[in-house]
Design a protein around this ligand. Structure first.
Ligand SMILES: [Zn+2]
Length: 149
């Protein structure tokens, strides 16, 4: 099992039941290997946010011997094909999010946990005008959390 199950405020396709990870890899044109399948199953069977280190630890606990490089390469491959969304919060560590629908996040700065925030929960009253010829393609937002003082 994966550490840190999180409360989710929105549903993703991964929450709708068991998925066939091999079929999802193949549908994206990704050649299925045992290691890729393990990593895809770990991430895609539930809505969650995992770092590469957490994926590597979970594989190790499951008795799989997978190198860090393979974990990183596979996560980047899944992200490049849109199966997971890659998030960078502090410029040092990436999180891989199995919810690929547009959403925002709470970030618990104490535990590091990410919690999904559905788009309708947030309203913007003013945005800057994009430069000429440009349009807003998307907005990333992380609401940082700490325990109440
Ligand atoms: Zn998320």
């Amino acid at each position: 099992m994966v550490a840190n199950p999180e409360v989710l405020l929105s549903q993703s396709p991964a929450a709708q039941g068991p998925i066939d990870a091999a079929a999802r890899l193949q549908a994206c044109g990704i050649r299925v290997t045992a290691q890729r399948l393990q990593i895809a199953q770990l991430l895609l069977t539930a809505p969650q946010h995992l770092s590469a280190d957490q994926v590597a630890e979970a594989l190790q606990r499951a008795g799989m011997r997978v190198s860090k490089a393979t974990v990183y390469n596979t996560l980047n491959l899944l992200a490049a094909h849109g199966l997971v969304h890659q998030l960078s919060l502090d410029g040092q560590r990436s999180w891989y999010d199995s919810n690929v629908q547009a959403h925002y996040h709470f970030h618990d700065e104490t535990s590091g946990a990410l919690i999904d925030v559905a788009l309708p929960e947030v309203q913007f009253s003013k945005l800057p005008t994009p430069p000429p010829g440009m349009e807003v393609a998307g907005i990333d937002m992380v609401i940082r959390l700490r325990p109440q003082a």
